[in-house]
Design a protein around this ligand. Structure first.
Ligand code: CP
Length: 309
């Protein structure tokens, strides 16, 4: 594959804010090629043959972990995932010592998910491998934002001028933390909506506390789950009230544009923030987001590894 011009200048991917428009464009161009090949029988390339990638997930994951594994393997890299529940972390080994130990095995990339804000950046300062932030607390999840934007670009061609609503537990969402700046950089008009307790103290997005108003004129609606693991006891609104006021159902969806796309980063809590009818709607791109995740992560790994060459 042709080298990036100018070369990808990043050793790590910690935040979407580090990416220029040209770099995002290059990630998407490569992801498009990977997306196509991923639909063929022969998915594997040798672009990263000889490279080693370690997945270090201190929090549960289905989509991100599995797609990084597949991404690395489809590029020909050796991929290892540390099973945290059976690791020496359970014997009291610190975050730092775990990183030093993994890095001593000479991986080229370490994919880090952790409950603490800044964990991936801290990891990048401890190791010689390239670090990809796979979610740090309530802060960022850069590859999720890239795959969300890539999915929309595939549908629309461009995000310029598109109105995208992110709805639900914005304050505890690292997906929103990366989506808002990235979608805005790509020219979208990003809105957020949720009950007061779930709205962030500050955001670049236009903010609504009424769902029906927020939906008006939207080209896409992304629903987020309530992230109870990241909030204090009794911080969440009463479930019945939440479902009444904030669940996306077919009736509410009708307030958005007639061709509005339905998104969710997953995992979904069906019938809490989204009805099954809407999640499985013909205009739902939720499974397309998952598919994009492998292709986008292949592009990111490839670029980071080329930058180390
Ligand atoms: N969207 C996302 O990060 O999902 P997982 O927690 O399953 O990785």
């Amino acid at each position: 594959m042709a080298a990036t011009i100018p070369p990808f200048p990043h050793r790590h991917l910690i935040s979407v804010n580090a990416l220029s428009a040209a770099e995002v464009k290059e990630i998407f161009a490569r992801a498009e090629n990977h997306w196509r090949r991923n639909r063929e029988t022969g998915k594997r390339t040798d672009a990263l043959t000889g490279r080693s990638i370690v997945n270090l997930f201190f929090e549960p994951s289905t989509r991100t972990l599995l797609s990084f594994e597949l991404a690395g393997k489809r590029l020909g890299a050796d991929v290892a995932t540390l099973p945290l529940a059976e690791s020496s972390v359970k014997k009291g080994e610190s975050f730092e010592d775990t990183l030093y130990t993994v890095d001593a095995m000479q991986p080229d990339a370490i994919i880090v998910r952790h409950r603490e804000i800044g964990a991936a950046r801290a990891a990048s300062e401890l190791v010689s491998a390239s670090v990809v932030n796979a979610g740090d607390g309530v802060a960022e999840h850069p590859t999720q934002a890239l795959l969300d934007a890539f999915t929309l670009q595939q549908k629309w061609g461009s995000l310029e001028g598109r109105r995208i609503l992110i709805c639900g537990d914005i304050a505890h969402s690292r997906v929103a933390g990366s989506d808002i700046p990235l979608l805005t950089q790509l020219g979208a008009d990003v809105r957020v909506a949720g009950p007061e307790v779930f709205l962030p103290e500050s955001t670049a997005a236009e903010t609504f506390n009424d769902f029906d108003t927020a939906l008006q004129g939207c080209d896409a609606v992304m629903m987020l789950r309530i992230q109870r693991e990241r909030m204090g006891e009794n911080q969440a609104p009463h479930l019945e009230d939440y479902v009444r006021d904030w669940r996306l159902d077919a009736g509410r969806l009708g307030r958005a544009k007639p061709d509005a796309l339905i998104m969710h980063p997953g995992p979904m809590n069906r019938d809490v923030e989204i009805t099954s009818e809407v999640a499985d709607h013909p205009r739902s791109v939720i499974r397309a987001q998952v598919e994009s995740g492998v292709a986008v992560r292949m592009a990111v790994l490839e670029l980071l590894m080329e930058a180390r060459a």
